[in-house]
Write a protein that binds this ligand. Structure first.
Ligand code: BGC
Length: 788
């Protein structure tokens, strides 16, 4: 190859690599990932990554991987941009839903299953985002400051397993910095750890536009800049080669890696007949269903309210913004448009049949309702707002002036920057808002990804949004007295192609729709389906911890008149449920269930399937209880995020600090019961330990249980978690039946990262082994004495 040809290969061509037809090198097409082949038209939308993790079923992850690979091939794609394996550190991370939860061992097992599946069907998997992409807040600039031990014990193992066990073909560097260097320029991470220590011999690509210095990146191990060579440009690389700041050998290594990937996975021309293969597949749908059914977690079921008995029901109500249409996934590059999605309302109607009347309501006012129903008056007393539009970004010159009835341009979707207009416009809306009644109000503002705004009440700034990569609607609560006039000024900078602004004010006690109380009163049971959507939980920005305006009010309005209330939540992790959790008898975490989420939920609620999902995260009662509470966001006036809770992430923190979670890691109810007994812990050779025990279905229905094995070191010389998950197994059992589960723990299960030797260390110590079905319910105990 000529140098020119080599340099062409190390930069992407959009969602492909470059072809070099003269040399017979084909382009290799990529697709997002991770939970559906999203880039080239509709496809099967599988449940979000966190739902897959909640199945605790690596074999099912493998089947999803195989199915995804088939979907990818049907679109002519041979590189899948998934799985995402970043560790869940706090609920606000906009991309938690794509990832596999808070525990490095669970995330590793799911990742390896997924990767093996994808690659066994002839498609390259890409594990992302290497590393510590645990927040979407200012993701291009955030510097994750993480100590060596924490990196190795918490933030690297899933990537390490992907490389060493899954033999993953590609790794994607994240946007953020780790310990002072952007990941694409991070030689200690990319070269010392990934390539040298773990022996990764595949392609290390950048995240999209995550390469900031081409020569530094080229020397720090980046092989492929995506989506185009903007920094590792042929010109910059040629100069560096000439000056000797980049060597030919380093370039050749990149080219060799890319060509190896092309040879292994890309031999098929994307334009071939295969590209119009079976993009729609019933088999894929079944896998999507199974993940949703096995991954939904039943958290509360007081008085055995669930399953609903269709023989004893006459009328139920399905209420809430997420009940129809369904929210199948979070927002951003992972959002897959399904051929057909199931929703909770229609699915329940189908399952319950004509004998049960099922009513539906969205439950509370939507953003669009709020924006279009807010009554503003101009200064002259006429209805509406004064609009001044400037054809520049600085509110200068003579504006075009008009009158509009509402600021209601917003449409629901996920709100990443997208195309930016070359001609930014600015709008100034001015009006008076008069409160009709005294009380609490929500003020809500919607905006497009890259737009910015300032909202003033009586001349004072009440809400501000600076230009950023993306945004969700912002809101706050305030009090108005009856008849209070407020002068509203809303300055909005439109950088996107379309105006996407929304502004509304709504009385808190009018946000729940009037029919809710009536429906709840006449129903035998009420299912309230709420949570987030791609507009609020997405790549490129973080999401709130609190539920959205109207959702707490909705639950409380229903619970006030009907005690048989079941709340179903869509979210990528924990949310603030404090306002109602103690007086709601049944609660399910459904994550984002993909296209089959509605069918799976209907079957779970009516008992056609017994719930078996287990939390891959700890759910906190209040945000202050989290280990990362004080350190999730950058330190003031810096971009540094200090991971100061260290190794005590998730349940490791709750145990260490003695804080009681709302629901512990590993927890999830079933419609049947399980019992654990007869634990044997035996040494198997010098450094392996065999753990064997019985699991019995002691209830009256068939169901699945996830047996979990935790290890803790007694009298450790360094601070260690009380216990850590080191093995698990999902078992299916008919009522009354038992099964012996045998699991093996290797040396690593007992070791910690030693910062003196920079290696794993096993102490001469006694270790306790605990077995059960959540981090808090571990009825079996044993010990084992090990020597290094
Ligand atoms: C995301 C990646 C994704 C890529 C390509 C980026 O914005 O961070 O996860 O694979 O876009 O769509």
């Amino acid at each position: 190859m000529t140098e020119e040809e080599k340099l062409k290969l190390i930069g992407g061509n959009g969602m492909e690599t470059f072809a070099i037809p003269e040399l017979g090198i084909p382009a290799i097409r990529m697709t997002d990932g991770p939970s559906g082949v999203r880039s080239w038209g509709p496809s099967t939308a599988y449940p979000a990554g966190i739902a897959l993790a909640a199945t605790w079923d690596p074999a099912l992850a493998k089947r999803e991987g195989q199915s995804l690979a088939d979907d990818a091939k049907a679109r002519g794609a041979r590189i899948l941009l998934g799985p995402g394996v970043n560790i869940y550190r706090a609920p606000m991370n906009g991309r938690n839903f794509e990832y596999f939860g808070e525990d490095p061992y669970l995330a590793s097992r799911v990742a390896v299953g997924y990767i093996e599946g994808v690659q066994s069907h002839g498609v390259a998997a890409t594990v992302k985002h290497f590393d510590a992409n645990t927040s979407e807040f200012d993701r291009h600039n955030t510097n994750a400051v993480i100590d060596e031990r924490t990196l190795h014990e918490i933030y690297l193992p899933a990537f390490e397993a992907a490389v060493k066990e899954g033999h993953v073909a590609a790794v994607m560097d994240s946007y953020n910095l780790v310990n002072g260097a952007h990941m694409t320029e991070n030689a200690p991470m990319n070269l010392d750890i990934l390539k040298h220590s773990w022996g990764f011999n595949g392609v290390l690509m950048s995240d999209w536009n995550a390469t900031y210095d081409g020569v530094a990146a080229a020397n720090a191990g980046l092989d492929l800049e995506m989506p185009r060579a903007k920094s590792m440009t042929p010109a910059a690389m040629t100069t560096a080669l000439g000056k000797g700041t980049l060597s030919e050998a380093v370039l050749d290594d990149k080219v060799r890696r890319i060509l190896t990937l092309v040879l292994r996975y890309g031999a098929t021309d994307p334009g071939s007949a295969e590209a119009n293969g079976h993009a729609y597949s019933e088999g894929a749908k079944k896998i999507a269903y199974r993940i949703a059914a096995e991954g939904t977690v039943l958290l509360k079921n007081d008085g055995g309210l669930l399953p609903l008995d269709s023989n004893r029901l006459h009328r139920i109500a399905v209420i809430g913004p997420n009940s129809w249409p369904p929210e199948t996934g979070g927002g951003g590059s992972s959002y897959t448009t399904a051929f057909r999605s199931s929703d909770l309302y229609t699915s329940l109607c189908d399952v319950l049949g004509p004998k049960v009347e099922v009513d539906w309501s969205p439950g509370s006012k939507s953003e669009t309702d709020i924006f279009s129903q807010t009554a503003f008056d101009e200064a002259d007393g006429r209805a509406g707002l004064k609009q001044e539009m400037y054809n520049n970004a600085s509110f200068t010159g003579l504006p075009q002036t008009s009158r509009i009835p509402h600021v209601n341009f917003w449409t629901p979707s996920f709100r990443i920057g997208g195309g930016t207009s070359l001609n930014p416009k600015t709008y100034r809306w001015t009006a008076t808002f008069t409160a009709k009644t005294a009380g609490e109000y929500y003020v809500l503002v919607g905006a497009h990804g890259r737009d910015s705004y300032v909202l003033r009440f009586d001349g004072k700034i009440v809400l501000e949004h600076a230009q950023s990569e993306g945004t969700a609607p912002q809101y706050f609560r305030t009090h108005f007295s009856k008849g209070q006039h407020t002068v509203v000024e809303f300055d909005y900078v439109q950088r996107g192609q379309h105006l996407d602004a929304g502004l509304g004010i709504v009385a808190v006690d009018s946000i729940v729709l009037p029919e809710v109380k009536r429906l709840a009163e006449m129903s035998d049971a009420v299912i309230v389906s709420l949570g987030f959507s791609p507009s609020y939980e997405s790549e490129a920005f973080d999401r709130p911890w609190e539920l959205l305006p109207g959702q707490n009010e909705l639950v409380n309005a229903v619970a006030g008149v009907n005690r048989k209330i079941i709340v179903v939540l869509n979210a990528g992790g924990g949310v603030d449920v404090a306002q109602w959790i103690d007086h709601v008898p049944a609660f399910l975490h459904a994550w984002y269930g993909g296209e089959e989420g509605g069918h799976a939920l209907a079957d779970l609620l009516t008992g056609r399937v017994s719930p078996s999902g287990k939390l891959p995260i700890t759910l906190e009662r209040q945000l202050e209880d989290d280990g990362s509470y004080k350190s999730y966001y950058p330190k003031p006036a810096t971009t540094d995020v200090h991971f100061s809770e260290g190794i005590f992430v998730g349940y490791r923190h709750f145990d260490h600090a003695g804080v009681k979670p709302l629901y512990p890691f590993g927890f999830g109810l079933s419609y049947t019961d399980f019992a654990f007994s007869d634990l044997h812990v035996t040494k198997d050779g010098a450094q392996a330990v065999k753990v064997s025990f019985l699991v019995r279905n002691s209830g009256s229905r068939s169901g699945d249980e996830v047996a979990q094995v935790y290890v803790g070191e007694q009298d450790a010389p360094v601070p260690r978690p009380v216990r850590e998950l080191k093995a698990f197994r999902r078992v299916h059992l008919e009522p009354g039946k038992s099964s012996r589960v045998s699991l093996e723990l290797g040396r690593r299960a007992f070791s910690y990262w030693d910062t003196t030797t920079h290696d794993w260390k096993l102490d001469n110590a006694t270790f306790q082994i605990e077995v059960g079905d959540s981090e808090e319910a571990l009825p079996l105990h044993g010990t084992v004495q090990l020597r290094p």
